[in-house]
Design a protein around this ligand. Structure first.
Ligand code: DX5
Ligand code: ZN
Length: 221
């Protein structure tokens, strides 16, 4: 599996997104954090802003919904043209049905779990999703510290994915940097969100390339 790096624009300058996107042009996708101030204690932007982002970049958008009411709201992002739409398991009443609708709308379907949610809940759902997201910080804010205790969760899910021979991506998000990406890749992650590590770097493209190389050197699947 190729290691993919998805910079999170939560740490970007929201008033200059076109310019910011150009500084991460070698990314595999742009990670877009939609927050509603209810599911998480922070508020970013919604569908109108994401539609505009789709118009100003050639890069795929990886939309991470940290919102309530996903069973109703997620589909709009898929229809708008996001490459992948990730909703939180904790926010959906019908995750498998929602994944099916996201796929039918033309996007990849992904589901995320917060650090406190048991990974066992995801194990029976593998065939229904294109990507799983294990949060490695409490969702809501950029710049937090990677929770190392999430590594065994990554390994459990990666083993199950391998056992089933599924072509599913395993993403992690939160506190990813040059010091921990190798260990996360070795545990089974293949898709890495990195916000502050990329956007605070003097050379963002070099940081993306270095993260990708360090992940690829340790990837197991
Ligand atoms: C946190 C967001 C992340 C965040 C990552 O709730 O989902 O995508 O922007 O930022 P860093 O890499 O700074 O932890
Ligand atoms: Zn995110």
């Amino acid at each position: 599996m190729d290691a993919h790096i998805h910079p999170s624009i939560l740490s970007a300058d929201f008033a200059n997104l076109e310019r910011e996107f150009a500084t991460i042009a070698n990314a595999d996708a742009i990670h877009v954090d939609v927050m509603d101030g209810h599911f998480v204690p922070n508020l970013t932007f919604g569908l109108p802003m994401v539609r505009r982002m789709l118009e100003i970049t050639e890069l795929p958008l990886d939309v991470h919904l940290m919102i309530e009411n996903v069973d109703e709201l997620a589909i709009g992002y898929a229809e708008a043209g996001a490459k992948s739409v990730t909703f939180h398991l904790e926010a959906s009443n019908e995750p498998v049905a929602l994944a099916k609708r996201i796929r039918e709308a033309g996007a990849l379907a992904a589901v995320a779990i917060k650090p406190g949610t048991d990974v066992e809940a995801l194990l029976p759902m593998i065939e229904h999703f294109d990507m799983f997201l294990i949060m490695t910080v409490e969702p809501g804010f950029g710049g937090q510290k990677f929770i190392t205790e999430m590594i065994p969760k990554i390994a459990t899910l990666a083993h199950k994915i391998s056992d089933e021979g599924a072509q599913v991506r395993l993403q992690i998000d939160g506190g990813v940097d040059l010091t921990n990406i190798g260990a996360a890749a070795a545990a089974g992650a293949d898709t890495f969100v990195a916000g502050s590590c990329v956007f605070n770097a003097a050379d963002r493209k070099l940081t993306i390339a270095t993260l990708r190389e360090m992940a690829q050197d340790n990837i197991t699947r």
